[in-house]
Design a protein around this ligand. Structure first.
Ligand code: ADP
Ligand code: MG
Length: 586
């Protein structure tokens, strides 16, 4: 195969692919440009999941008429001029790649008026080439309209998720920007409806109210490192009493640029060490400020990865700031000082979770072979409960430990799946409808998933802009915190394909409805649970795939007690003993 230089059209599409992965990437680049232009009001409009339409309008400084064309040239930027500038980037953009990249994969039109100009400029591009340009009257600032994204890149189009998933990504992104720029008024309009608005009054707590709801925002703790400390760490974190079941609520910004960093996640999780249950994660919105020379943002085309010159310094600063705020907040109830190792735990609620338990006893875990590892369970006789977490039972070949929460999850999961299949979900009406407030991102999910939620027993009616009235819940949920359960279901469905939603709801309901670890069970309850587990299709694992049951067979027990392996010696000595006693007896 002979080597040839690619034609510019292919080169620009390859480069565009690095920056414009999905509709939210376009929104990110356009909003960054608006922020760099000093805008205080930014409106994002989206239609058709961002494929049909994305429009970002700002009141920033605008682009002078004679520079408008240049803005669409590759590596044309007004933000840096030399290699030295690259050492200390203070703007969000600097690569001069976004506009030409977007123009390579979509139809773009821009109307802009520079602050000193009396009339604005309108420009249109198709396939990266200018198709029209002229003067146009417009307010100061810039409006960029993107249509038919990826029409000329069918491969990329194929990989996009549903419009509601793409809307969810955009909502998340805009809320993240609003957390980093509380002084900017953001307005997100999806399919003609306002989906999110930030007040733009400079108060981060007020933005938190819009993003996470009043109750959560009020509970959040402010963190502030002293001005003299470098890096400065500012923002809000959730108290130990407030948590979420995934890491989507961790927002980190470095010099107000949103970053994804394992190091920062780790620093925060270290600070919460011992304060949250395993599997729970905090809500944080943290900005780290440090001189631009201390970081390298030129790591990746999307600029979401950065390198710190002194990673250790940043780690310690973040961990300290978070820890100080947590320790300074209300004293922690004693039961929250766990998790301790199970033997030393003061509260059975905080024993190691089921998955860990199984792996800590690998030598006892049942091998996945032989007749016993088949789907069906043998008939078991309940002996008792251990640590309010495990049911101890006896079977045909040894002892069985059943993890009560995981086992009940399996039972409820299969029950819900059956009810879903026969469209006969058991529901429980609420005496008083419950008002539920959702985030913008959750609302997008809720709108698209309302059908599945309804089929699963959640009957919701829209009440306010982002408030819903809940009238019934699935009967498997008894006394749970329903708002939290619903929020978690929405979050978990966000990452799934539509075809997986029903199953996703069943997994969540099973998890929330199941008997918790730490609950003492009567003998009858244990027998009932074991009996129900025996009836399931896959009794050996919970819906998350963790084991429900560990088998310790008779020979493992014998070996453990030194009655096997040392067997022949034991036999010999006991023979000798008994024979000598015989002799003595004579
Ligand atoms: P970069 O942001 O990396 O400089 P872009 O391709 O995103 O590159 O934008 C090119 C240039 O166009 C910017 O440097 C800026 O001068 C100008 N520009 C783009 N969008 C706007 C906007 N909304 N307001 C003012 N100027 C803009
Ligand atoms: Mg840019």
């Amino acid at each position: 195969m002979s080597i040839k230089v690619l034609c510019p059209n292919v080169i620009s599409k390859i480069a565009a692919g690095e920056i414009v992965e999905r509709p939210a990437s376009v929104v990110k680049e356009l909003v960054e440009n608006s922020l760099d232009a000093g805008a205080t009001q930014i409106t994002v409009e989206v239609g058709g999941g961002g494929i049909g339409l994305i429009r970002v309008t700002d009141n920033g400084v605008g682009i002078p008429a004679d520079e408008v064309e240049l803005a669409f040239e590759r590596h044309a930027t007004g933000k840096i001029t030399s290699e030295i500038d690259l050492e200390a980037v203070s703007s969000l953009g600097f690569r001069g790649e976004a506009l030409p990249s977007i123009a390579a994969v979509a139809e773009v039109s821009m109307v802009t008026r520079y602050r000193d100009d009396v009339v604005g400029t309108a420009i249109k591009l198709e396939n990266g080439a200018i198709t029209s340009k002229g003067k146009q009257g417009c307010p100061r600032g810039t409006a960029v309209t993107i249509r038919d994204l990826f029409r000329n890149v069918p491969a990329r189009l194929k990989f996009l998720k549903s419009p509601s998933t793409e809307n969810g990504h955009i909502s998340h992104l805009v809320t993240q920007f609003s957390l980093a720029f509380p002084e900017v008024k953001f307005n997100l309009i999806i399919n003609g409806r306002t989906s999110f608005r930030s007040p733009g009054n400079g108060s981060l707590r007020d933005v938190l109210v819009e993003v996470y709801g009043l109750e959560t925002a009020q509970a959040m703790l402010e963190i502030e490192s002293s001005e003299t400390v470098c890096p400065a760490v500012n923002g809000f974190i959730s108290p130990s009493s407030l948590s979420r079941s995934n890491r989507n609520y961790l927002s980190f910004f470095v010099n107000r640029r949103r970053v994804q960093s394992r190091m920062l996640t780790y620093a925060v999780e270290e600070a919460y060490q011992g304060m949250l249950m395993t599997g729970k994660h905090p809500i944080v919105a943290i900005n780290i400020s440090l001189p631009p020379q201390e970081i390298d943002v030129n790591v990746h085309p999307t600029k979401s990865e950065i390198r710190f010159r002194s990673e250790r310094h940043v780690f310690v600063a973040v961990q300290k700031a978070v820890r100080n705020a947590l320790v300074g907040s209300a004293p922690l109830p004693s039961t929250r000082i766990s998790p301790l190792p199970p033997s030393a735990s003061t509260s059975p609620l905080f024993v190691t979770p089921p998955g860990h338990k199984a792996t800590s006893l690998p030598q006892l875990a049942q091998k996945r072979e032989g007749p016993e590892s088949g789907p069906q369970l043998p008939i078991l006789r309940v002996i008792g409960q251990f640590q309010n977490a495990y049911i101890v039972a006896e079977g045909p070949d040894g002892m069985y430990l059943i993890e009560q929460h995981a086992a009940h999850e399996r039972v409820l999961f299969e029950k819900t799946r059956e009810q879903q299949a026969s469209r006969a979900i058991e529901v429980q009406g609420l005496l008083e409808p419950m008002a539920i407030e959702v985030t913008a991102q959750q609302q997008e999910l809720l709108q698209s998933q309302q059908g599945v939620l309804y089929e699963s027993g959640f009957y919701l009616e829209q009440f306010g802009e982002r408030t819903y009235l809940l009238r019934s819940v699935p009967a498997v949920l008894k006394k749970q915190d329903i708002t939290r359960v619903l929020a978690e279901i929405l979050d978990s469905l966000g990452g799934l394909q539509k075809s997986e939603w029903q199953e996703g709801v069943a997994v969540s309901l099973a998890c929330h409805g199941a008997i918790p670890t730490g609950q003492s069970l009567s003998f009858q309850e244990m027998e009932e649970l074991v009996h129900q587990l025996e009836q399931t299709q896959s009794p050996r694992t919970c819906p998350h795939g963790r084991p429900t049951i560990i088998h310790i067979n008779a020979s493992q027990l014998e070996r453990g007690f030194g009655r096997r392996g040392a067997h022949s010696f034991a036999m010999r000595s006991s023979t000798r003993l008994s024979s000598s006693s015989c002799f003595t007896g004579f």
